[in-house]
Design a protein around this ligand. Structure first.
Ligand code: PGA
Length: 249
């Protein structure tokens, strides 16, 4: 039985004050017996405050990216060791905004994933097709490509230490959610592809759905067999809506 996971992705939002308030509200709103694990991936500069706030609570902390090297001349990057000092447990890798705006390739994403695992942080590997790719019937081909880049680089066993987030690019921040059927279809595909190489890893793997998850659609999405929770952008920026999504999991 997989335990659900809900992760907030705050992206580049907030101020020091507003982010402190938000994390405190989320933490206060979590009831002890929640049925799922919860984490927030905050901007790098919010990590020290957030780390102090979540210490000794069930709320976990994550980063929105991680360097593809341990240390050295990598201007603008933050290493897994630096994140571990603040007890970050997760790091997003390959978010579509990184792939599209910053031209991160499958190879670079695979390297980031590798360094997260080596450093003991769980990479949340984001994969998903664009609108155009879906129209052209290329959804599964894109998934295969993004997934195999990581498997070829780090091996299938690495997925026992990772989380996957299926995020159709056309659903991110657009208010256009994949239907539960559309999402389940791709989640099942991902799990089957992995099961073909290692059934045990596939069975235990947490696969999150991301893309305009809201309190109104969360329960239906999370109710599907292969959807183990969500990666939440916009709706994680308000404690009320994020907590409502957590309660749906
Ligand atoms: P959204 O973002 O929930 O605002 O669509 C999801 C994400 O980018 O992780």
């Amino acid at each position: 039985m997989r335990r659900s996971l809900v992760i907030g992705n705050w992206k580049m939002h907030g101020t020091r004050t507003s982010n402190r308030e938000l994390i405190t509200q989320i933490q206060t709103g979590l009831n002890e017996g929640q049925n799922c694990d919860v984490a927030v991936c905050v901007p790098f500069t919010a990590i020290p405050d957030a780390s102090a706030t979540v210490a000794n609570s069930t709320l976990r902390l994550g980063a929105q990216n991680v360097a593809n090297a341990e240390q050295g001349a990598y201007t603008g990057e933050v290493s897994v060791g630096m994140l571990s000092e603040y007890d970050c447990q997760y790091a997003l890798v390959g978010h579509s905004e990184r792939r599209q705006i910053y031209r991160e390739t499958d190879e670079l994403v695979a390297e980031r994933y590798e360094y997260a695992i080596k450093g003991g942080i769980t990479p949340v590997l984001c994969i998903g097709e664009t609108d155009e790719e879906r129209e052209q019937g290329k959804t599964f081909a894109v998934i295969d490509e993004q997934l195999s880049a990581v498997i070829n680089h780090c091996g299938i066993d690495s997925l026992s230490k990772a989380v996957i987030a299926y995020e159709p690019v056309w659903a991110i921040g657009t208010g256009k959610t994949a239907t539960p059927d559309q999402a389940q279809e791709v989640h099942a595909y991902i799990r089957n592809q992995i099961a073909a190489q290692n059934a045990d890893i596939a069975e235990k793997l947490i696969i999150l759905y991301g893309g305009s998850v809201k309190p109104e659609n969360a329960a239906e999405l999370f109710g599907r067999d292969d959807i183990d929770g969500g990666l939440i952008g916009g709706a994680s920026l308000q404690a009320d809506s994020f907590l409502a999504i957590i309660n749906a999991a």
